[in-house]
Each structure stands twice: as structure tokens, then as C-alpha cells.
Design a protein around this ligand. Structure first.
Ligand SMILES: *Cc1c(COP(=O)(O)O)cnc(C)c1O
Length: 391
């Protein structure tokens, strides 16, 4: 039977392991075989071992990580999924697999700050040049392509500033010039958009966020198409990056309810967005306002929106904006997001990285909200009370 991925997410354990509802956590360094022949055959043919994996050593994973890979492969509709111990491990693996000394990387300006540190700063000493394009003006992308450009690296929407880009256009430019493409798809996950189907070579998701959904584990996934598989596999073998089986188990547990949770995050976020959009001091950085460029680009490619949004707040008093955030009772203050709970962050401009294309004036302040699975009415009441402090 050809099951949809929604059903697949609920039934995977049964498809790969039939002795309990949940798959076992297989902790292993050494994998043992019945005979030397069986060991050599597994190595030679990449044959599946009895519990469903095809490994001859624990660094390649165990049957627990194998089950997680199968679930993600089904959802991404891709050739293969690599697992890493953090989301940033997948960012690193995607770049490390493709980039060599002398190459250039073209990066979306609003990428996740550590991605900027890796490319712009760290790789510089490896003779790799990083250039940035404006997410809302792809002529800046085209004009920066050179003979050395090897990879276009996109993050959509932009980190903290939430710009939505014309993804198909980026893919078609890259194809024309024979450049590899990668996208960080942590915000939406393949539940709302499938980048490999859209033509991207690599797609990154931090499993720490919505996949796990409970803020208790870290992990990353890198989905690839056939074209880049051999490069990533080769690099993956020598990085030593490996997701542990206990963490894989927790991510499998979270993934079963990914669709249900994301539907609810979206519903709650929409209600909060409707409330916030009435406040004249706030510009919502969320695909809510019909007719805006961001909304159009979101609508064109996405089947839904997650629970993470930005607020651009106009105020002469930064102190009052901090007071607004500090007065929230139902929002925790801390990094990361994608769990069941609501979070808030007042953001300093330097935390966004040295942006080339983001201009904020003195009277504009950024706040990031993750809208969790609480009763949205309670969240709105909490926000309404705290918003009074903004001067
Ligand atoms: C969190 C995040 C990462 C890194 O994931 P970790 O699991 O924290 O290492 C990468 N990209 C984006 C967009 C993120 O939000």
C-alpha cells in the first residue's frame, strides 16, 4: 500500500520493527555478524543487516537512526538523508561536502549567524570567498556570480528578519550557471515545503526545533538529491558526525506528531498575528499581510506557516521595548524554538550578524516570538497586557 507520509510517520516503527509499537534504541559501536562472510558481504554490497540498517560499524548509525532516516526520506521526497548531532552539523556538512579552496559561496544576506561565521570568517583562511546577495533583489545574486561560484546557499525565510525569497528563480539561475544549491528549511520543515522537489540539491533542517518538538534534544538532517549524494557521502564518512541512537529515538517520537503540532502552531500564530497586526507600532515579520512581497513569495511556495515570527517595533524608547518583553508571563526567554512552548527574545542588532541589506533606524527594534501550543487566547491576553509598556 502506498501510504502518505502522515500515515508513514505514525507507522514507521511497525514497518521496520514489528515487536513493539516503538523501535528499540540500539546503542552500538561494534556490530556483530554471524560469520566473516556475512561481514564482508555487508561491506561489499551495503546489504541490510537483520534490523534494517546496512552498517558494519556504529559510526554509520544503528537501526534506530536508520528508521529516522526512512521517515525523513519519505517526508522530504529525496534521494537520501544524512543525520548530524546538531542542526548546525548539517549546515557544516552541506558546505564542507561541496566547497574547496579557491571556490566562492553566494549566501543569502539574512542567514543564521553561525552560518555567516563559518563561511565569511572561518573559511576565509581556507581561501574560500563568501559574497552576499539581497534576498529581495535577485539581480544582486546574478551580478555576483563568477566563474568560481560553487554554491548558492539560501535560508528561507531569513533568520530573524523573515524575508521570503523567489526560490524557483534562484534554482533556475543556479542551474543555468551549473552551481550547487542548498537551503536551510528549519522554519517550515518539509511538512510545508519540499525543497528537493523544487530543485534544490541539499536541504537542511535543525531537528532540534520542530522535529523534536519538545526542547529536549538536538539533531540535524541534510536531505540530498542524487546529484550531490556522492559528495556528501564522501565528506560524511570523514567528519565523524553521528547522531546518537537515544537522540534519534527522541526525534522519532517527536516526528510522529509533527503534522499535528505544526497545524496547531500555525493556527495559534495566525490568531496572534491577527491581534498584533492591529497595533500601529508593530510591523509583523510573518506571512500574514496579503499583498506584501513576503506574503506573495510565501504563498507561491509554502502550504503553511510555522509558529516563529518577528515584530518590528517602532519606539523612541528601547527600554520600553525591553520592558514589554520582560513583562510577558507566558513566554520564556531563551534561544532556540520549535518546542511546544512560547518563547520571546528582544534582539540586539549585532545578534543578527553584520547584515549588508538590513537597515534598521534608531527607533526600530526587533523582537522574536515563538508561538507555542498554549491556548492562544491566553497568549493574546499576555501580549495585550505587556504591550501597554511600549512608549
Ligand atoms: C537552530 C537553527 C540552526 C542550528 O540548529 P542547532 O540544532 O541549534 O545546531 C540552523 N539553522 C536555523 C535556521 C536554525 O534556526
Amino acid at each position: 500500500m502506498n501510504k502518505s507520509f502522515k500515515t508513514f510517520l505514525k507507522h514507521t516503527a511497525k514497518d521496520y520493527y514489528n515487536q513493539s509499537v516503538n523501535p528499540p534504541v540500539v546503542r552500538a559501536s561494534t556490530i556483530i555478524f554471524k560469520t566473516m562472510n556475512e561481514l564482508r558481504n555487508t561491506q561489499a554490497k551495503g546489504k541490510k543487516n537483520p534490523t534494517g540498517g546496512h552498517f558494519d560499524y556504529g559510526r554509520q548509525g544503528t537501526s534506530t537512526t536508520y528508521i529516522l532516516q526512512q521517515m525523513l526520506k519519505k517526508m522530504e521526497e529525496c534521494h537520501h538523508v544524512f543525520l548530524t548531532p546538531t542542526g548546525f552539523g548539517s549546515v557544516f556538512l552541506s558546505i564542507f561536502s561541496i566547497i574547496r579552496p579557491g571556490d566562492e559561496i553566494l549566501l543569502a544576506d539574512p542567514v543564521y549567524y553561525p552560518t555567516r561565521l563559518l563561511t565569511q570568517d572561518f573559511l576565509k583562511s581556507f581561501n574560500v570567498k563568501t559574497v552576499f546577495y539581497n534576498p529581495h533583489d535577485l539581480s544582486t545574486l546574478k551580478s555576483k556570480i563568477s566563474k568560481k561560484t560553487k554554491l548558492i546557499y539560501v535560508e528561507n525565510p531569513g533568520s530573524n528578519s523573515f524575508e521570503f525569497q523567489d526560490l524557483s528563480k534562484i534554482v533556475s539561475i543556479a542551474k543555468k550557471y551549473n552551481i550547487f544549491t542548498a537551503i536551510d528549511n528549519t522554519w517550515a520543515t518539509p511538512y510545508f515545503i519540499k525543497p528537493i522537489k523544487l530543485g534544490f540539491d541539499m536541504s537542511i533542517v535543525s531537528a532540534t526545533k520542530y522535529y523534536s518538538g519538545h526542547s529536549d534534544v538536538m539533531g540535524g538532517s541534510l536531505a540530498v538529491n542524487k546529484k550531490v549524494f556522492k559528495y556528501v557521502e564522501q565528506a560524511n564518512k570523514i567528519t565523524g558526525l553521528r547522531l546518537g541512537p537515544d537522540d534519534a529515538y527522541l526525534i522519532i517520537r517527536g516526528l510522529r506528531t509533527l503534522d499535528i503540532r505544526l497545524d496547531k502552531h500555525q493556527e495559534n500564530a495566525k490568531k496572534v498575528a491577527r491581534f498584533l497586526s492591529k497595533n500601529k507600532k508593530i510591523k509583523l515579520l510573518y506571512p500574514y499581510k496579503k499583498g506584501s512581497y513576503n506574503y506573495k513569495m510565501w504563498k507561491k511556495y509554502y502550504s503553511g506557516a510555522s509558529g516563529l515570527m518577528g515584530l518590528k517595533i517602532k519606539s523612541k524608547s528601547k527600554k520600553s521595548v525591553v520592558k514589554f518583553v520582560n513583562s510577558l508571563k507566558l513566554f520564556g526567554y531563551g534561544y532556540s524554538w520549535g518546542g511546544f512552548e512560547s518563547l520571546a527574545l528582544q534582539q540586539e542588532f549585532r545578534e543578527l550578524g553584520d547584515r549588508n541589506y538590513l537597515k534598521l533606524n534608531k527607533n526600530e527594534h526587533l523582537v522574536r516570538l515563538h508561538i507555542g501550543l498554549e491556548d492562544p487566547q491566553d497568549l493574546i491576553t499576555d501580549l495585550r497586557n505587556a504591550l501597554k509598556y511600549i512608549k
